[in-house]
Design a protein around this ligand. Structure first.
Ligand code: AMP
Length: 286
């Protein structure tokens, strides 16, 4: 089964995916894995092409995970387009697309969740209670189903990346977590499946996110180190645009995600804003 490396195989059942992974491992193939929620854009495609280089077998998953959406969030509305996604990855050499149903992943009676207690608290965890519990649980499940040697994640979801690395460390998982930098459009907007919710006017507002992060970084580079002062400047810039509602704009330690009084080189500058119906996140390092 594993020999046919040009055609992408779609697997829907957990058992079949596990059998495929067992067979690949028996043959000593290195499995690279890219988990996604579909609605694929160039950020996902970059992850997939990286994954292709790093493993012998490349598996991607497409699963809109209900457990990571809050009751008032966009789970119902989140774009699903399996056919379009399969077309987009057609030439990328993906060996398997794992597309389980919700019942396959969360059968009746499901009741086991995993939490990375401290790292999940700040930033997106504060605005989206329960979100990272859902993320960590699905990623651990997918690791047990796809059995990857390597898994790739985007730095756009920086907190998610740190949380998954911590889960792997704390639970002694033998998965090598790798990351890729944020893929942006020509205006610097971080690509996101949620950018599709934006009107043309809102898209123009979204361009201010990265510009503001760079303005903040500019102040830092010129010697301003007090985080409250720098962040205040950033908030003022974003607040000038009525379409932008800030969830958070913060400077944090890049490893522990703890707050800091004084910023230093390499610190994480992270932002989440709501524009219209979209919640957008972005980050850069100082
Ligand atoms: P999602 O489908 O939104 O769950 O994202 C799947 C993976 O793609 C995650 O590891 C994300 O961090 C990554 N990703 C999403 N957008 C981007 C982007 N613009 N640049 C790099 N990676 C991204």
């Amino acid at each position: 089964m594993i020999e046919s490396k040009t055609l992408t195989k779609t697997i829907r059942s957990v058992r079949k995916m596990q059998a495929y992974a067992n067979e690949a491992r028996r043959k000593n193939y290195k499995i690279a894995f890219v988990p996604t929620m579909g609605a694929l854009h160039d950020g996902h495609l970059k992850l997939i092409s990286e994954g292709k280089k790093q493993g012998d077998i490349l598996v991607i998953s497409i699963f809109v995970n209900p457990a990571q959406f809050g009751p008032k969030e966009d789970f119902q509305k989140y774009k699903r387009d399996l056919e379009g996604d399969l077309k987009k990855i057609d030439t990328l050499g993906v060996d398997v697309v794992f597309v389980p149903s919700i019942e396959e992943i969360y059968p009746q009676g499901f009741q086991t969740y995993v939490e990375v207690v401290e790292l999940q608290k700040p930033l997106c965890g504060k605005c989206r209670p329960g979100h990272f519990k859902g993320v960590v649980t699905i990623i651990l499940k997918l690791f047990n189903i796809v059995k990857p040697h390597i898994a790739l994640f985007g730095e756009k979801d920086y907190q998610q990346l740190k949380i998954i690395q911590k889960m792997v460390e704390d639970l002694n998982l033998e998965v090598d977590i790798r990351s890729i930098p944020i893929v942006r459009d020509k205006y610097g907007v971080a690509l996101s499946s949620r950018n599709k919710y934006l009107s043309d006017k809102e898209k123009t507002s979204a361009r201010k996110i990265i510009r503001t992060l760079h303005e903040i970084k500019g102040k830092f580079s010129k010697g301003m180190k007090d985080t409250t002062t720098i962040i205040d400047i950033g908030r003022k810039i974003l607040n000038k645009d009525n379409s932008i509602n800030i969830d958070y704009l913060e400077i944090r330690d890049p490893l522990t995600l703890q707050c800091k009084d004084k910023a230093k080189n390499g610190d994480l500058l992270a932002v989440a804003v709501r524009i219209g119906n979209a919640r957008l996140i972005d980050n850069i390092r100082l």
